[in-house]
Design a binder for this molecule. Sequence first.
Ligand code: MG
Length: 351
Amino acid sequence: MYYLPMKPLIVCVHAVTLLGSVCLAQPDPNWLNHDRTRPLPPEVQPGTPSTQEEPGRAPSDALVLFDGSDLSAWASLNGEATEWVIKDGAMECVPGSGYIRTRQSFGDCQLHIEWATPTNSEASGQGHGNSGVFFGLTRYEVQVLGSYGNETYADGSAGSVYGQYPPQVNASLPPGEWQTYDIIWTAPSFDQEGELLSKACLTVFHNGVLIQNHVQLTGPTDWLTRAPYSAHPAKLPIALQDHGNPVRYRNIWIRELGDSGKPEFLLPDSVLDSYTGTYQRRDGRTVTISRGRNGLLVLDFFGNRFDLYAQGPAHFFAKTTDVQCKFKILDGDPAVLISVGEGDDPYRKVE
Ligand code: MG
């Protein structure tokens, strides 16, 4: 039997993914050209476009993150309730209240979001209607700014990948008018050691006009600096910036792309911290749960360590092995039910 040597294969994959923003998708060799047995794509009811008066409808397979009625999908950065407010069907940044973020985490996705800058602002440059759509929590920003008749540096204007790529054109509308971003986000990927495997990419349409065409990010976006990548989970919340201006948002929906796996949520630190400790099984054996790199919970399970991802407020799963942890109160005591593949064993918290 012939075994493919693994190491050269991995080197080859690294080389391809780091080469550049060429089209990497290839036809699947498992199907013949025009193969009649190949499954057809799922049907989706398309959405409708927005007008200045009315937001449009999302496609049928989109997850609506904000429809003008409530902020239940959103939190402040630390996971607690946000101070942003809803006015006339839009959410509005309350200056000084901090960023707002989704409770759910997302990897590769298509994001539709509409925004409007204030009409009563005398400010100019970066001070006029500044906000931002961030991927990877607060790492990668598509700039939101009132760029209609308002000059600023190119890589900080509306639709720029902040500090890296100016938009190809300025498709801005005047202050107060609803503007749209349709964004394709490809998350960066990292190996187990935290080394970069592939860079993040962004494609952005501003009011229907292509302004960023699959640009590769150099790393996180920031003011005055281009920092290198540092490893983070593939899925993280999407955040909107509080830059001190009452920018409004409406009609926000998202479609996860590729094999997105289970829904994941980023829980508040206070909740995650409450789960850390040593837990004991009936036979006296113990396991520990702690906070690890990236703030994730880590289960130390008889010499094996698993990063735990939140599927719900008290339900976690590992990605490398089918390990599930469900935190609950058992006979008045904090406990965790741990299942590995089948059944589950109760472990009571002892410290
Ligand atoms: Mg900004």
